[in-house]
Design a protein around this ligand. Structure first.
Ligand SMILES: NC(=O)c1ccc[n+]([C@@H]2O[C@H](COP(=O)([O-])OP(=O)(O)OC[C@H]3O[C@@H](n4cnc5c(N)ncnc54)[C@H](OP(=O)(O)O)[C@@H]3O)[C@@H](O)[C@H]2O)c1
Length: 151
């Protein structure tokens, strides 16, 4: 398959992606990959310094990226992230929820604060970020949460 055909079929030219957890690891590589496919990217994560390094790697490749540091364990930070990304880039087409934490402790030693934080970062933040961008990401892939009244 020629490069042009691949580009025609899979180009993300004109699309904006938000990648949380883009300051390291999988999120960083996904952000760079999305830019290689033509997208502009908003970068999330706590460390402004490491996000800036991801952004620098993207700019070096001629891509467009902006950093939006913040701790997604805080619900208001998630709201601000959605607002700030929209203000900077307009609507996004792609959301990659890659920010996550893993606390490796024996179950008997896990404190409720740790448990709450795990849920906040790994579950609540992706859920509400997705809901903030429902209109722009599209109804066709909108996940639904069902509460069965029969249960
Ligand atoms: N690597 C694996 O083999 C593997 C396997 C299964 C699942 N996963 C999951 O895939 C995701 C990425 O893994 P990874 O290996 O790339 O991990 P990583 O290098 O530790 O990256 C985690 C990313 O999440 C961000 N993050 C963590 N807590 C955050 C918070 N409270 N608010 C905002 N951002 C936060 C980190 O940013 P800062 O450091 O700047 O805060 C970092 O950019 C994680 O959710 C991980 O659990 C990974």
């Amino acid at each position: 398959m020629s490069g042009d055909l691949l580009q025609d079929l899979f180009s993300l030219e004109g699309r904006v992606a938000l990648v949380t957890g883009a300051s390291s690891g999988i999120g960083r590589e996904l952000a760079v990959g999305l830019v290689r496919a033509g997208a502009r990217v908003a970068l999330g994560g706590r460390s402004a310094e490491r996000q800036a390094a991801t952004r620098a790697a993207i700019l070096e490749r001629g891509g467009v990226a902006e950093v939006f540091p913040g701790d997604l364990g805080d619900v208001e930070v998630g709201q601000a992230l959605a607002r700030d990304v929209r203000a900077h880039f307009g609507q996004i087409a792609i959301l990659i929820n890659c920010a996550g934490m893993n606390q490796r402790e024996p179950i008997a030693e896990v404190q409720s604060e740790t448990y709450e934080r795990l849920l906040a970062v790994n579950l609540r933040a992706p859920f509400f970020l997705r809901s903030h961008f429902t209109a722009s990401i599209g109804r066709a892939v909108t996940p639904k949460m069902w509460v069965d009244p029969g249960l």
